[in-house]
Design a binder for this molecule. Structure first.
Ligand code: FAD
Ligand code: NAD
Length: 467
């Protein structure tokens, strides 16, 4: 009874999606999750709760600052923060129930408990009551995800010095929130609290925000967020974070080594995440990890132990839910004898600030480093009828195309609904469209997507129509 074809450890987007695909392909599958509910980081303390708070706070901001201009007079809106947080919990709970339903429908056996390898064929499951069960399987897929990185000199006390997990569950809106790290989490959660009334200061080590995305969109985001009142201290090295009663002091230095001091009542540490392999018993089977703790895998996502695979945040590559999902499907299909493929260069990135930021393919910095001859087509959102109608005029679409062949190499967007627009960009790059191809496709009017066509026109002989 405790014998399976495939056991998957971890029920995040990597693990539960892999489980479904494996059963669709006819395998007998078990899913092991240490927590009492399924969904992993993404559902419980990541993508879904952060977007729930981002959407709610964005509506509040619009009601506060934009409605009047749109001709909507309302009584001053009030924030009911505990309701906002409660609704977020309800969304998470409903979605988790949805995953339970999918597990039942697909006849996937779910075990709740910590999974530890005893051998390359046996996994021990220890549940919250301390009861132990041993499962056997032909194959295993490790999908145990990641945890926040801490700074070596800091004690995360989870009260005032917090990670994203606590920031999604605060009891009050901070008066002054210090955010260490101007990456995705820092900017998304910084935006939530800025909109709800906190004074937010982002302290970033690099000289720019979201360093892995295109420099142009990163610069524009800095400009827009500054306009909204978020404070930034770039090129700043944090030296210490000290809790003093209800205050947090951050000691830092600027690029010239000059001391700096920041004071807040909460400090969110968002300096990246690290793979999570605690208690997995990797040493019991001799699974190799790399210098930063990621499980080493080959192109088939196979570890050095032949029947054990690993996917998602616990292996190399971007720490994104959709990347984890693709990898889960790839492993399932491979085990079924198929020949699937993931083009890692075409995994899109999104930052859910407002305006949203998204990108796929090469950034301008990458093209320069790799010595490409490229051309740029850029089109500002403010020149679109759709943007003026909605009042979302910040941002632009930037298309990077090969100077000689006209093939599109990268599409970078900052603007309203950039998160949704990037799906079209992925399709265009997947089918290796040229800028001319895009320029000749009909785009519905008035839509934000017209900015993609106009940027393509701009890239081919600078012939944008509306700018
Ligand atoms: P996880 O989702 O981390 O799941 C791993 C699971 O394994 C966990 O449930 C854990 O309890 C379980 N586990 C670990 N060890 C064991 C064990 N030994 N036995 C049993 N179970 C175990 N990505 C996006 O693409 N879009 C977003 O908008 C986005 N927003 C984010 C916002 C925040 C605040 C954070 C923190 C992350 C966000 N991410 C986002 C990243 C995304 O959450 C991760 O990339 C994704 O969850 C990784 O999926 P995974 O399946 O690899 O691991
Ligand atoms: P990140 O890598 O996006 O950003 C971390 C930032 O912290 C970087 O800009 C880095 O330069 C800065 N930093 C590092 N050390 C520092 C220091 N000592 N002082 C000041 N700044 C410092 O990491 P994150 O924001 O913690 O997010 C973790 C992961 O979660 C990301 O890899 C991301 O892929 C994923 N995530 C994705 C989304 C999304 O897709 N919308 C949202 C949230 C999180």
């Amino acid at each position: 009874m405790n014998n399976f074809d495939i056991i998957i450890i971890g029920s995040g987007p990597g693990g539960y999606v892999a489980a479904i695909r494996c059963t669709q392909l006819g395998f007998k599958v078990a899913l092991v999750e240490k927590y009492s509910s399924l969904g992993g980081t993404c559902l419980h303390v990541g993508c879904i709760p952060s977007k729930t708070l981002l959407d709610a706070s964005e509506l509040y901001e619009k009601a506060m600052y934009n409605f009047k201009d749109l001709g909507i007079e309302i009584i001053q809106p009030q924030i009911n923060f505990s309701r906002m947080v409660q609704r977020k919990c309800e969304v998470v709970e409903q979605t988790s129930k949805g995953i339970n339903y999918l597990m039942e429908k697909n006849k996937i056996t779910v075990f709740h408990g910590v999974g530890t390898f005893k051998s390359y064929k046996e996994l021990e499951i220890k549940n919250a009551e301390g009861n132990i069960e041993i499962l056997q399987s032909k194959y295993f897929i490790i999908a145990t995800g990641s945890k926040p990185i801490n700074l070596p000199f800091t004690q995360i006390d989870k009260e005032r010095i917090i990670t994203s997990t606590e920031a999604l569950n605060l009891k009050e809106i901070p008066n002054r929130l210090l955010v260490i790290g101007g990456g995705v989490i820092g900017l998304e959660l910084g935006s939530v609290y800025k909109r709800l009334g906190s004074e937010v200061t982002v302290i970033e080590y690099s000289d720019r925000l979201i360093p892995t995305m295109d420099g142009g969109v990163s610069k524009e985001l800095l400009k827009v967020m500054k306009k909204k009142g978020v404070k930034f201290s770039l090129s700043t090295e944090v030296k210490n974070i000290i809790r003093e009663a209800n205050k947090v002091i951050v000691k830092a230095s600027d690029k010239n080594g000059k001391d700096m001091l920041f004071e807040g009542d909460y400090c969110l540490v968002a300096v990246g995440r690290k793979p999570y392999t605690e208690n997995l018993g990797l040493e019991n089977v001799g699974i190799d990890i790399d210098e930063i703790g990621r499980i080493k895998v080959n192109n088939q996502l196979q570890t050095n132990i032949q029947n054990i695979y690993a996917i998602g945040d616990v292996v190399r590559g971007p720490m994104l839910a959709h990347k984890a999902e693709e990898e889960g499907i790839l492993v399932a299909e491979q085990l079924a004898g198929q020949k699937p493929h993931i083009d890692y260069a075409l995994i899109p990135n999104v930052v859910y600030t407002w305006p949203e930021v998204s990108g796929v393919g090469k950034t301008e910095e990458q093209l320069q480093q790799e010595g490409y001859k490229y051309k740029i087509g850029q089109f500002p959102m403010r020149a679109l009828g759709r943007s003026r109608a909605s009042g979302d005029t910040d941002g632009f679409v930037k298309i990077l195309a090969d100077q000689e062949t006209d093939e599109v190499l990268g599409i970078h967007i900052i603007g309203a609904r950039a998160a949704d627009l990037i799906a079209d960009a992925v399709t265009l790059l997947e089918y290796r469209a040229s800028a001319e191809d895009i320029a000749r496709m009909s785009h519905a009017h008035p839509t934000y997507a017209e900015a993609i066509k106009e940027a393509a026109l701009a890239a081919t002989e600078n012939r944008a129509i509306h700018f």
